[in-house]
Design a protein around this ligand. Structure first.
Ligand SMILES: Nc1ncnc2c1ncn2[C@@H]1O[C@H](COP(=O)(O)OP(=O)(O)OP(=O)(O)O)[C@@H](O)[C@H]1O
Ligand SMILES: [Mg+2]
Length: 342
């Protein structure tokens, strides 16, 4: 511990396509949509997180809402940095400080990320005062967050269904043995619903409405034990141009999402087929762990379980499993030094 350590603060960040979470002093202090609103004329960021999210789909020509991450990686560097910087400034304990403290950070990254993308995350972190920056692969963080002992000579399979990507990984001995990342996750589900409403009901709905449908009555299968009730959905009639309302059932959403979920199933099956036999034997006993917001889609666990003939468990608080694991890695840098990327 150095002399100036009292000037250093430690934070763990899950910079996700849909949501950014920050842990400081063991507590989730930021949990916000990864979105910023920019004034087109001045170029200034006028809102971030929840506030910017409320503006989505309702902007006029001088305001643009941007999601700085796409498919799990930074797509708009400037916006992503400003967003990160704003979120860090909003951490209550850091707000009170006279000088911005230097930061020891652990940030998670998708397992399929390239060297260049990795460097971009690191450089962004350094520019927001990260003096000591470590990166950790998301499936690893998810596993730690779920409470799996990843250092054991035992195979575990994690499927993290986020907003931008679904990451499937088999972990053992503190490493990723085989993995697969597909760009089918929550955002694609939402777009499937927009498309379905347009083609089946001639109803034009925005992304926020489609996401609401997904969360309220979304399903991965028509065979649900506790089906949700029908939902009224409002939007614009594509034929008459008038606002209109229709009733939608979860069965329709299950149909709308079927193709995308099939692709996730295929990716899981493919990863299983590449798993070395000793680890496959472990997974036969331990099953598959799901994390990420997309894993909360009704019946998805059941559908994956039927497809793979394995038990499937959803992590407790799946939206926070990755950041929880990132926070644990931050607190135990020594123990996890082999899996952190400096
Ligand atoms: N109850 C729910 N049912 C279905 N989907 C949900 C539910 N709650 C949240 N989601 C979806 O989960 C996704 C966000 O999950 P998460 O925060 O894990 O993603 P992320 O970490 O930001 O993305 P990525 O890991 O791909 O970068 C969104 O698409 C959201 O619509
Ligand atoms: Mg994620």
């Amino acid at each position: 511990m150095g002399f100036f350590d009292f000037l250093t603060e430690e934070i763990a960040i899950d910079l996700g396509t849909a949501n950014t979470l920050i842990i400081h002093n063991d507590k989730v202090v930021v949990d916000s949509p990864s979105i910023v609103a920019r004034d087109r004329i001045s170029g200034k960021i006028i809102a971030v997180g929840k506030e910017a999210n409320l503006m989505q789909g309702k902007t006029h020509e001088n305001i643009k809402t941007i999601r700085p991450l796409k498919d799990g990686v930074i797509a708009d560097f400037d916006a992503s940095e400003q967003m990160m910087s704003q979120f860090i400034k909003n951490v209550p304990a850091l707000k009170k400080r006279l000088f911005p403290p230097s930061l020891r950070m652990v940030i998670c990254i998708p397992s399929g990320i390239t060297e260049v993308e990795m460097r971009a995350v690191k450089e962004s972190a350094e520019r927001v005062n990260g003096k000591e920056v470590y990166l950790i692969h998301e499936p690893m963080a998810a596993a730690i967050g779920i409470g799996i002992d990843i250092m054991q000579p035992k195979g575990n399979m994690i499927v993290d269904i986020g907003g931008g990507t679904t990451e499937i990984a088999v972990l053992a001995l503190g490493g990723i043995v085989c993995d697969k990342s597909v760009k089918i996750a929550g955002d694609v589900f939402t777009n499937d619903i927009v498309y379905y409403m347009r083609t089946q009901h001639n109803l034009y709905v925005g992304e926020a409405t489609a996401e609401n449908i997904k969360i309220s009555i979304g399903a991965a299968t028509e065979d649900l034990e506790m089906p949700p009730e029908e939902m009224s959905v409002q939007g614009r009639d594509l034929l008459t141009g008038k606002p209109k309302q229709v009733q939608i059932s979860y069965r329709e959403i299950a149909k709308a999402l079927d193709k995308s979920i099939l692709r996730i199933e295929d990716a899981v099956m493919e990863t299983l087929s590449q798993t070395p036999p000793e680890l496959a034997a472990d997974i036969y006993n331990t099953g598959i762990y799901l994390a990420g917001g997309g894993s909360m889609l009704r019946g998805l666990d059941k559908r994956l379980s039927q497809k793979t003939d394995l038990p499937v468990y959803i992590a407790e608080d799946p939206l926070r499993a990755v950041v929880r694991g990132t926070g644990i890695a931050l607190k135990n840098l020594d123990r996890f030094k082999n899996i952190l990327i400096k």
